[in-house]
Design a protein. Sequence first.
Length: 264
Amino acid sequence: MDSRPIGVFDSGLGGLGVVRELKKLLPNEKIIYFGDTGRVPYGTRSPDTIKKYARQDVRFLLSHGVKTVIAACGTVSSVALDDIKDEFTLPLFGVVNDAADCSLHATKNGKIAVIGTEATISSGVFEKKLKIGGADSIGVACPLFVSLVECGFIDENDPCTMAACKKYLAPIKSFGADTPILGCTHFPIISKTISKVLPGVVTIDPSKEAARSLAATLSAGGMLSSASGSVEYYVSDEPRRFKDLAQIFLGEEVTAEKIEIEKY
C-alpha cells in the first residue's frame, strides 16, 4: 500500500475530468490538483514554453510528495511529455496513448478524427500512433473550444459553441470519421454539442482512458492507498473563478489555493 497522493495538472480546468474519473475508480486516494489558470491556454504556446510550464507543474506536485503524476492536458501530453519524463524519477502519465488505443478498438470504418489545440494537432502525435495502428486519421485544431469551456459556454444548444463546432468539425464530416478523439481534456464538457454536429459518432474521452490506465498500474504495482480519499486544489490565478467553473466539471463545490508557479 502507498498512501502518497496522486498528482494531476492541466493548463486550466480540463484536468478536472481526470480528477472526476479518479475519484470514481480510486475513492481511497488523495489527489493533488494544479490548474495553471494564470497561463491558460497552453495550446497556443511554443513547444519550448509548453515544456517549461510542464516542468514547473511537475515540480510543484513533487513538492507535495506525490507518487505519480498525470499530465491531464492534451497539449502537454502531445508536445512535452516524452521529452521531460526522463528528468523525473516518478512515473508520468499522459492522455494520448490510451485514448489512441481505445479509438482503434472503437472505430468501425477505420477512420478516426483528432480534435485538439493547435499545439496538439501540430505535433501529430495522435496521428502517428493511429497510423501505426492501421487507421486513417484527420487532425483538426479547434482553438476556440478551450476558451468557450473556460468562459462557461457549455450548454449543448449555446449558439456560440454550436457555431464554433459547425465551423471546426466540417472537415471531419467530409472525411467520414466515425470515432473522434477529444484530444483536449476540456472538450468532453461540450461533447453533446460535438455529437449534434457529428451525429452517430463514438467520441473518445482521454480523461476516462488515462484514469483507467493509472488505476490499473497502481493496482498491479501494489501502490494503492487504503486511506480516506480527498482532493486538494491549487491554481495560479484568482481561485474564485476556478471555484465557480469547477462545479461544471465535478458537480460539486470546491475550494482552491493560489500558488506562485514561477517559483518551481
